[in-house]
Design a protein. Sequence first.
Length: 438
Amino acid sequence: MTSQLVLWMFPALMILIFLGFPVAFSMMLTALGFGLMRFGGTLVHQLAQRVDDVATNYVLGAIPLFIFMGSILERAGIAERLFDALYMWTRRLPGGLAIAALLMCTIFAAASGVVGATETLVGMLAIPAMMKRRYDARLISGTICGGGSLGTIIPPSIPVVVLAPIAALPVGDLLAGILLPGLLMSSLFILYIVVVCAWKPELAPPEDEPDPRSLGEKLKFTATALVPPGFLIFTVLGTLFMGLATPTEAAACGSFGVLLLALIYRRMSWKVLFQASLQTVSLTAMILAIVLAGSMFSGVFFASGGMQATQGILREFGLSSWSVIAIILLIAFLLGFIVDLISIVLILVPISMPLVKQFGIDPIWFSVVFLVMLQTSYLTPPMSPSIFYLKAIAPPQIRLKDMYWGVIPFIVCQILVLILLLTFPGLATWMPKIMYGN
């Protein structure tokens, strides 16, 4: 098989995905077919080595721990008190309930790193409250979808845990790199809500009744509500950024912490533990199957001379570094309509990273930009996973049309963050330099 022929692996993969094959099996079948043409029977030994590489990758051990943490967090009773505490302080602001929901999404994204769990949990709490106060359906949809997507770009993030070893980057550096862009995006979401609700109060009717609690009571309630998630965030991000733990150890600390909180809140039972464990095993098996398939796919691609063929095409067209970045980001955005985030990382990053390094581009900066683009694709209609999560929990009064229109302002905020990252690369590289001197 010539090096040019190996480039047909990508059209073959897309055809299998469009035919309805699961992404993991599509990548495995493509790798098997093209690998047998190129290597024959020796392919078995190569694929067995890939299985061993994935099974012994220490960093990937953080994935089931983060998923378990998010699963218990859903059932630990922390969310209700936290939402009440946040709304207590934002109720007098334009769109106070929506702001409280976004703040809660930000906190839970920093506490668990699981995108779907954050959106589902906050949505089930915030949507009934916003519907009761006659909030606009589009504003509700955009707030929950936009806030739920923050799990991709606020550490700890499972896509980052998958991306870092593939890109040969320290997980800690990459988690530090996404911190500022993630908080900036959350701030832009909140700023948009304040501005649009002040401009059009009918979108979010203001709260008329004053809070009967005194300042002392508010401070006490807030402290008790914020301590549990604050404790979780410190056990994960604090130990990680201070160099006290590796990502996997930090995830283990977070899992222990959330179990402790569930016991304190008297929400822990054998049933809860079993359901959380079952969900953890199911999601971990799915993610690691995709990781293994992606490793097989990229292994066959590289061994067959795919990278040399790609570089030859780029030289032939004389593309600049910015043109290559634009093409990669466009492909990632388009793939987001049909493929999940983890699969996109596994398909594109192994091919993109050598090109990025060849052009002298900072790999940390590129990885952060890549993740922001994935998050934008995650939110963009018509095939938006974020909207599908919302559709599963939203009442029938919120129509699909409302969801599609509601996410557009939040997509604009994401694009603005992307432009800022392209213009000021230090937004992604400053924090890793401060924390790790890299």
